[in-house]
Design a protein around this ligand. Structure first.
Ligand SMILES: C[S@@+](CC[C@H](N)C(=O)[O-])C[C@H]1O[C@@H](n2cnc3c(N)ncnc32)[C@H](O)[C@@H]1O
Length: 182
């Protein structure tokens, strides 16, 4: 399983290429087992902190447990970037969390997937394997729906389609970089 997480990390690294600089302070919201967080640290040389509503870390990174599903336990603009890696579709308070991320970080990075049937099934199985207590997907939005959502929130964003690593890879991924208002 660790192998598949490291493989997934490489896809996320590609999705964020040029968007994370060395030594930047990065908050990984919904860091989960923190394998991806640690792999991003190794690749970019950034300084990550994890936060989640559950603590099931497998890698030893600085971590704060969230006491609320819609509030982040950090001061205003205390990070260069805040990331949501396959997290937003598990959250019921998406707008609240995005506004919180904009409060605590100068930019927001998002890695998400298109809600195809194959992706929904694969996402459910993979999540059950990694943490059987994880909440099911709440709302998986298409990339064009996210674009409309961010425009409504008055967020300026860059968007990337992520190339599938192999033909039968079950997910169609995309990423966003949002520069947050000061
Ligand atoms: C699919 S996992 C992704 C874990 C990790 N980001 C990764 O890429 O391996 C989704 C994570 O979102 C977390 N999560 C769900 N609701 C959340 C919320 N409201 N705030 C923060 N994290 C949340 C879950 O606990 C879980 O760890």
């Amino acid at each position: 399983m660790e192998f598949s997480l490291i493989y997934r990390s490489k896809i996320i690294i590609n999705a964020y290429s040029g968007w994370i600089s060395g030594s930047s302070m990065v908050l990984d919201i919904g860091c989960g087992n923190a394998v991806v967080t640690d792999e991003l640290k190794r690749h970019f040389g950034c300084d990550p902190t994890g936060t989640d509503i559950m603590d099931y870390r497998k890698r030893d990174i600085p971590f704060e447990l969230m006491k609320s599903k819609r509030k982040l336990p950090f001061k205003d603009k205390s990070f260069d970037a805040a990331m949501f890696n396959d997290v937003l579709h598990h959250c019921e308070a998406q707008e609240d969390l995005l506004r919180e991320a904009a409060r605590v970080a100068k930019k927001i990075l998002i890695f998400e997937m298109e809600p195809t049937l194959t992706a929904r099934i694969a996402d459910f199985i993979v999540n059950k394997i990694h943490n059987s207590k994880m909440n099911a997907a709440f709302e998986i939005r298409r990339s064009d729906e996210w674009k409309g959502y961010f425009k409504k929130m008055k967020f300026d964003f860059d968007y990337r389609d992520i190339k599938k690593p192999f033909t039968f890879y079950p997910f169609v991924n995309f990423s966003f970089k949002i520069e947050t208002p000061v």
